[in-house]
Design a protein around this ligand. Structure first.
Ligand code: 13P
Length: 245
């Protein structure tokens, strides 16, 4: 059974559309499937969605490490906890590239969120397609350094090559065997950093996952699940991915 996470990004525009999307999905799902499905809507819809749809797992797409103070436009971990979110994504390539977040920023977010008891998804991925994983490994190490060993079952790493994300011009999904190999290298790196405890970390693939290709990624041995963008915005298609996982 694999972990499937929906990253809605800046979609949809209204709460009513968000509710319709989740109800459509909830109607299709079997009871036992809910526990491994996480949805990351925009902040503003979280409170209402958590209240209405308790069977799903809910999280935010970003967070700030400070708890309170003069940080215009930011949202804190206690605020997320207060509305019932238990998951948080940090380090998505759109945060890194459009909003200038660095590995150091992401590392602070990861450590504070893990300490606050959240399940933390850390995204890493290279910009251009090439067969060297050095760039990803370096960013991965910096992003997860110092993670509390006793909390690694709450750490999830999403390998998302930027060139494979559906909204990147000329995007193509990665070859599942290649992602599997890179994720294998990330698992090996995590083992060198954290030893046996590293085996508790889950590793997902993200980048143009859809109903057609999901089973190919999800049948690879090192891939523990998927982080899905565009295809999570249609209940039918997203459910097809869940069925194949
Ligand atoms: P797509 O599934 O639309 O390629 O998006 C992937 C992603 O960025 C999820 O975080």
């Amino acid at each position: 059974m694999k972990l499937i996470i929906a990253n809605w990004k800046l979609n949809p525009t209204t709460l009513n559309e968000a509710i319709a999307l989740v109800s459509g999905l909830a109607h299709l799902m079997k009871v036992e499937e809910f526990e491994r499905i996480v949805i990351l809507p925009p902040f503003i819809f979280l409170e209402e969605l958590v209240k209405r749809f308790k069977h799903f797992k809910w999280g935010a797409q970003n967070v700030f490490w400070e708890k309170i103070g003069a940080y215009t436009g930011e949202v804190s971990l206690p605020m997320l906890k207060g509305v019932g979110a238990e998951w948080v994504l940090v380090g998505h390539s759109e945060r890194r590239l459009i909003f200038g977040e660095t590995d150091e920023d992401i590392n602070k977010k990861m450590n504070t969120a893990l300490e606050a008891g959240f399940n933390v998804i850390v995204a890493v991925g290279e910009l251009q397609k090439d067969d060297h994983s050095d760039e990803v490994i370096k960013s991965f190490k910096k992003s997860i350094t110092g993670a509390d060993k006793s909390k690694l079952e709450k750490l999830i790493v999403a390998y998302e090559p930027v060139w494979a994300i559906s909204t990147t011009p000329n995007a193509k999904p990665d070859n599942p065997a290649r992602s599997n190999q890179i994720i294998g290298e990330l698992k090996h790196t995590a083992f060198k950093m954290f030893g046996e405890d590293s085996k508790k970390i889950k590793f997902l693939y993200g980048g143009s996952v859809n109903a057609e290709n999901a089973s190919k990624f999800l049948s690879e041995p090192y891939i523990d699940g998927a982080l899905v963008g565009g295809a999570s915005l249609k209940s039918d298609e997203f459910y097809e991915i869940i069925k194949k996982s």
